[in-house]
Design a binder for this molecule. Structure first.
Ligand code: HPA
Length: 260
């Protein structure tokens, strides 16, 4: 299957036809997936936070998830992620096609290449999110009359707590524009296994200190519920518009290590 969707917070159900559940064995443990048809195309669907949103961001099995998708033959991954806005350019309800990240995670295995037999890979992430896939997403959104904001710097925090206003001020000073807890190392691991990857960052709230209100997960969920249908529509259109050869260099991401 060419396509996978990694559904983040609030994207935990998809109207898949002919769906079936399966478990894929990986060196990092068993991974639960769903497969089915979204519109006319088949797709692998992975819930990032597991059944019933049961896994917090810092404990997600990022390596197992990406390995399982590779094993299923996936070449292109669309991911969704709830984010808080740090920038006056991004508002609640916006869909942002992020193009860079700042990594503030602390405890997560960041690579498949841990030396020894696996070798060492210093993967290139000059363009961490597939530029061709991003371009196609913009096009599909335009065709549907949806506004997707093209480009944004995603700050990935360790979570599971929200940030302090002082942290948000720091991220802003460093150029961060939206903040979430799950985008890294997922995007890097996809590149390490040579898969195209793009994130639809869904702005669910203003970040800490930008708003004076305390942040709550239920606020995040409420905005996601509002966005759910639009996102499902966009994802279906993107997958439906598939082209065989994207002409990007994502698939050569691990060439230097020569492992896959
Ligand atoms: N911070 C971190 N992660 C998030 C936020 C936030 O404000 N909103 C949704 N996910």
């Amino acid at each position: 299957m060419e396509w996978a969707l990694i559904g983040g917070t609030g994207v935990e159900k998809l109207p898949l036809k002919h769906s079936s559940s399966l478990r894929v064995d990986t060196p990092y443990g068993l991974i639960s997936l769903e497969t089915g048809m979204l519109g006319e195309k088949s797709l692998v669907f992975l819930k990032r936070h597991g059944e019933g949103h049961s896994v917090p961001p810092h404990l997600i099995n990022y390596r197992g998830n990406i390995w399982a998708l590779k094993k299923m033959g996936v070449k292109k991954i669309l991911a969704t992620g709830a984010v808080g806005s740090i920038s006056a350019d991004f508002h609640i309800g916006d869909i942002v096609l992020v193009d860079q990240f700042l990594d503030f995670t602390k405890s997560r295995p960041q690579t498949f290449f841990e030396g020894g037999e696996q070798g060492v890979l210093h993967v290139d992430v000059s363009e961490p999110y597939c530029p061709i896939l991003r371009q196609r997403i913009v096009q599909c959104a335009e065709n549907l009359g949806l506004t997707v904001k093209n480009g944004g710097v995603y700050v990935c925090t360790e979570g599971p707590r929200f940030e302090t206003p002082a942290e948000i001020r720091m991220y802003k000073t460093l150029g961060g524009q939206v903040v979430g807890m799950t985008g890294v190392p997922e995007v890097v691991l996809a590149r390490e296994l040579g898969m195209c990857y793009a994130t639809l960052a869904l702005v669910t709230n203003e970040a800490a200190g930008i708003t004076q209100k305390p942040l709550t997960h239920s606020e995040v969920i409420a905005t996601m519920n509002m966005l759910g249908e639009t996102v499902a529509q966009l994802i279906e259109a993107i997958i439906d518009n598939d082209i065989e050869d994207q002409g990007c260099y994502c698939s050569t991401g691990n060439k230097e290590a020569g492992m896959f």
